[in-house]
Design a protein around this ligand. Structure first.
Ligand code: ZN
Length: 376
């Protein structure tokens, strides 16, 4: 029996797909304005294990991943800086940057033995789908327009707190002095579906026609529009990092369910953070580690994958160079063990069943690795 911890219901549940043999899987992809750091990559390794576990359990998987190449703001507040436009440049230059970092992301994935999604969907190639969805939300009274933007009206959607367990009263207006707050936004939890070329975004480079004039989509609407297009609604499994729960995924659920009156996805799985020396990783902290950093230090990239598998995806993983070195040694030993492995020894069936139990138990990779080590 395959079971997962479902964030939506806050408990571990047996996995029951919508169709008998095929599973629809949507994983939130990167914002392609920079290289992925190893914390991001941990999430994609967890999702790869999930996909492989589904295949191992006999399902065919249709895997969709978005690439955010517009509208992801550098803070959670509306009217922060668009990550893609930070470096400036023409529309062509911004899109070239997006293509470059998309390629880099796919190369990193490949190096880490992560299977590529069946459909990779850039937000900028799905603007009409996003506009259509916003139109429905306006028609149904779940959205409203100001001079600066179209917002989702969060208090109108009673299920908003289901995923996060966080009351909407706890959401505060962004207090940063450089952030222009729209005086006509009704509730601090309301979030932008579409930005107009006005106020701070008067000169936003990437812009499209819409019923509300030229503008660009908010970050969250792309996932609602593209998951529905490729997987239907509801679909089976939606994943991301734990940092997506309170805002991005809660917003996706609000948009999709308000528009169509059915659930967005039945199972929500979230991977925990990787921390470096017990602290957060980021550029400002001076510990932004990419896969290239590891390779330059002579580390086998798959040793990083091995390290990720040694902790459960719902536990924080504390990254240290010592732990990575230990993972590399373990992996080398494992390669040696396997090369001298005698197939005639022991019962393969028994081994497989113990291994299957471990991986089917909410992707218990530490246990599955232990099974691999025990069996020789
Ligand atoms: Zn998403």
């Amino acid at each position: 029996m395959l079971k997962f911890y479902n964030t939506l219901n806050h408990k571990t549940e047996e996995f029951k797909p919508i169709k008998a043999n095929e599973v629809g899987l949507y994983t939130c992809g990167p914002t392609v304005y920079n290289f992925a750091h190893i914390g991001n990559l941990r999430t994609y390794i967890f999702e790869d294990i999930l996909r492989r576990a589904l295949v191992f359990a006999g399902f065919k998987v249709k895997h969709v991943m978005n690439m955010t190449d517009v509208g992801h703001l550098s803070g959670d507040q509306d009217f922060a800086e668009d990550k893609m436009e930070k470096e400036g440049g023409s529309a062509a230059e911004i899109m070239a940057l997006a293509k470059k970092f998309t390629r880099a992301f796919l190369e990193d994935s490949n190096t880490l033995n992560i299977l590529q999604a069946d459909i990779i969907a850039p937000a900028t190639e799905h603007i009409p789908e996003q506009v259509d969805l916003i139109k429905i939300l306006l028609e149904k009274g779940f959205a409203y327009e100001t001079e600066l933007a179209i917002y989702f009206d969060v208090p109108k959607f009673p299920n908003y707190s289901r995923l996060s367990g966080q009351k909407i009263e706890d959401k505060k207006v962004g207090a940063r002095s450089d952030v222009v707050i729209d005086p006509n936004k009704k509730h601090p939890a309301d979030f932008a579906l579409w930005f107009k070329l006005a106020g701070r975004y008067k000169n936003h480079i990437l812009r499209w026609e819409s019923p509300w004039g030229l503008g660009f989509p908010g970050w969250h609407i792309e996932c609602s529009a593209m998951s529905r297009k490729y997987l239907g609604q509801p679909f089976d499994i939606h994943t991301g990092g734990v940092d997506h729960i309170t805002i991005h995924h809660s917003n996706e659920i609000a948009q999709s369910e308000a528009a169509f009156g059915v659930p967005l996805a039945n199972y929500w799985l979230h991977g925990e953070h990787l921390v470096v020396n017990e602290g957060r990783m980021g550029k400002s902290e001076g510990n932004f580690i990419t896969l290239s950093t590891l390779i330059e230090k002579g580390i086998n990239p798959l040793a990083f994958r091995y390290l990720v598998l040694t902790s459960h995806y719902r536990s924080k993983l504390n990254f240290t160079w010592d732990s990575l070195q230990a993972a590399q040694n373990a992996l080398n030993n494992l390669y040696e063990e396997i090369s001298s492995f005698d197939k005639a020894e022991g019962s393969a069936d028994q081994f497989e069943s113990v291994f299957r139990d471990a991986i089917n138990d909410d992707l218990n990779t530490p246990q599955a690795l232990a099974v691999v080590w025990d069996h020789h």
